[in-house]
Ligand binder design. Structure first.
Ligand code: GSH
Length: 232
């Protein structure tokens, strides 16, 4: 059984999508990041960066005690290895998936996160920041669109690289992007959106984050005012 420390954000959705795709049994432990659950000492022991997602695998392959893991890319790689799914075993296939997974982790996720911040959440609307991150989003969408010109998924077959990218593309309107400008990406997006496991993952999100009307003022203070954490 896997314990999934989760909230209903793009990085959280990556892991519910993977778990729904594979049928690996899991148990959701909600961490409401808008209320500050990510700073609780029990959670920090598992996720020292105070961010979701994180997992605890109670049956790791080495037969040892529970194994905890944070960072969505590391979690996807670990779970893919555990299940033998969505990450090819051959050298070149694996490398191809991993480079796009790292591209998502180091580029697509952080840049689109800044886009959300400056376009949506920042109290002060700073034209330079909005322009910078909207343009960078457009550039990254273009890279994906080009990559998808001659293959159905980013590394050929559906993989953890697609699972990592998809939840960020879901929010394209909020990011100031029109999928009609990226026809290959649009085709890829619709193919993933129609997968039953992906639909289940987004339905599960609604049962965890009940009745939330988006970011609250309290949530903004908790999420955007963070400096160095004081030791508990
Ligand atoms: N690189 C990390 C990023 C995780 C991340 O940014 N999680 C956000 C939600 S999408 C979070 O937990 N934020 C809580 C906070 O900032 O305190 C990953 O991919 O796991």
């Amino acid at each position: 059984m896997i314990d999934l420390y989760y909230w209903t954000t793009p990085n959280g959705h990556k892991i519910t999508i993977f778990l729904e795709e594979t049928g690996l049994p899991y148990n959701i432990k909600p961490i409401n990041i808008g209320k500050g659950d990510q700073f609780k000492p029990e959670f920090l022991k598992i996720s020292p960066n105070n961010r979701i997602p994180a997992i605890v695998d109670h049956e790791p392959a080495d037969g040892g005690g529970p194994l905890s893991l944070f960072e969505s890319g590391a979690i996807l790689e670990y779970l893919a290895d555990k299940c033998g799914k969505f990450l090819p075993r051959d050298l070149r296939g694996r490398v191809d998936v991993m480079q796009w997974l790292f591209w998502q982790m180091g580029g697509l996720g952080p840049m689109l996160g800044q886009n959300h911040h400056f376009r949506g959440y920042a109290a002060e609307k700073i034209a330079y920041a909005i322009e910078r991150y909207t343009k960078e989003t457009e550039r990254l969408y273009g890279v994906l669109d080009e990559r998808l010109e001659d293959r159905p998924f980013v590394a050929g077959e559906y993989s953890i690289a697609d699972i990592a990218c998809y939840p960020w593309i879901v929010l394209h309107e909020r990011q100031g992007q029109n999928l009609l400008d990226f026809p290959n990406l649009k085709r890829w997006f619709e193919a993933i959106q129609s997968r039953p496991a992906v639909q289940r993952a987004y339905e599960i999100a609604k049962t965890v984050n009940v009745g939330s009307a988006g970011m609250t003022e309290e949530g903004k203070k908790i999420l955007f005012g963070q400096g160095r954490r004081l030791k508990n």
